[in-house]
Every structure is written in structure tokens, then in C-alpha cells.
Design a protein around this ligand. Sequence first.
Ligand code: ATP
Length: 274
Amino acid sequence: KAFPAGSKDLKSKVKFADVAGLDQAKAEVVEFVDFLRSPAKYEQLGARVPKGGLLVGPPGTGKTLLAKAVAGEADCPFFSMSGSDFIEMFVGVGPSRVRDLFQQARANSPSIIFIDEIDAVGRRRGKGGFSGGNDERENTLNQMLVEMDGFTSGTGVVVLAGTNRVDILDPALTRPGRFDRQIAIDKPDLAEREKIFMVHLKPVTLAKELSAEEVAKRMASLTPGFAGADIANICNEAAIFAARRTAESVEMQDFERATERVLGGLPKQNSLMS
Ligand code: ATP
């Protein structure tokens, strides 16, 4: 069986240092890192290890990035898939994709599985029911529950999932022994936006009279309500604007135009392809 496109079996290189802010969330996922690094320790002690965690927050706030950082810090492979990938294909494919994903992760353990948009699969059952697609979704969800229930402390796989709609999730998913930890990922505040700008300004060649600190401070104050993904976009767009001017470095005007551009594109969706 071909392993579905979009998944990765490479070791993640992302570290906690690449995730700006989110201190509380990082503190909460550290335990997963320790478990992945030394599963034997937990097994030997007979500890019931956490199987999964739900990263709950708005789009673009770094949920995927944080999950990758857990894998990176534990120096283990990262397997990911989006909830919508499971059910957009042909009938009957969803459950077998889940099986494949978990099988790969087990074969490469210790490892991380990240399921983005888990709400696409994990919506509360028994509602709607107007299309055959629902059965497909339920079968996919059931397979996911079966896989997670099959984990023992020796499995060495942690399942993280991202969602911004924890309220619509099937309670079966959030029961103990499944996604029983919820980790809140909020939009960044002023100080956090400044830190995120610092991360994404690193590759940008700034005009001589500008310092990264200064740009980050100024831009953070201009971008209330922006998520980390928007900030990454602004930095990239600013460099593109400078390139269009055939300038050798990026100036404040480029950041201002980029902000308008990204603001115009909100909510969501990258405007990387300009
Ligand atoms: P979605 O719910 O839409 O899948 P997400 O919460 O998983 O979004 P990510 O994919 O992790 O968001 O974030 C997109 C990009 O935004 C990251 O690859 C990174 O470049 C940037 N980003 C987001 N949050 C942060 C952060 N806290 N620090 C640094 N970069 C960030």
C-alpha cells in the first residue's frame, strides 16, 4: 500500500526555540518529549503515559509548529495528516489511511503523529446524517479510536491533534486514555508578536538604518489580532515588495505594505503566491 502523500517520515528539525511565545503550551508538552526520549523509563515504572494531546486554538497560531517541535526535541520522526485528507478520498479509504498512518508511526517509534483539523473527522457522531460521507467519517473516527486504544506504554507513539473547535468534538475522543490533555494555543499578545517577528525577521535583509528589534517592536504594535502565520507572511511579503522595487534591503515601507496586503487576505489563507 502506498503511504499517503503529505505524510512525512523524516525526523523533525524544529526545536522549541523556533516556536516564539506559547510558553505555557510548551511547558505542557514537555512531558511528551520526555516520554518519547525514554519510553522504557515509563514502562518500567508502570506509568500510564499520555497517549495524546489536543492543541486547541485558532488557525495559524503554531499548533503544527509546536507538534513538530515536540518531535524535534525528542529527535523522533513526525507523521502528519490533515483530518480533511482522511475523508475527501473515496469511500472506504479513510479507515485504511488511519491504519497505515498508525502502522508507520509504530514501525518507526518512538514517533509523533499529528492530525491537523481533527474536527473534520472527529465531529460529534449522530448528527446531520444526510450523506453517505458521514458513515465514512464515522468509520474513520472509529478506526482512530481503535488504534489509540491499542496503544500500550511500550508503543512509544504520541498522537497530537490540532483543532479550533473543541466544542464540536465527539466526547469519545476526549475520554481518558485518548486525547485527554487539552493544550490551549491562543493568538499572540503584543510581547509574543514581537518575539514571532524576531524569528521571522532572521532571514530578512533589513535596511542599514533598521534593527530587527526596532522593526519587531513597531510591527507588533501594528498587528493586533494577527496570528503567527500572518506574521510569517508579512515578513515574507515585505521581502517580496523590496525585491519588486529592486531594492537591496527591506525597508519599513515594505513592512507596512505587506501588512495591508496580509490584512486584506485575512481571515486565513496565505498570500505567498503573489
Ligand atoms: P492551522 O490550524 O491553520 O493548521 P496551525 O496553528 O497549525 O494552523 P502552523 O501551521 O503551526 O499553524 O503555523 C503556520 C506558520 O506560522 C508556521 O510554520 C510558522 O512559520 C508561523 N508561526 C505560527 N506561530 C508561530 C510561533 N509561535 N512562532 C514562530 N512562528 C510561528
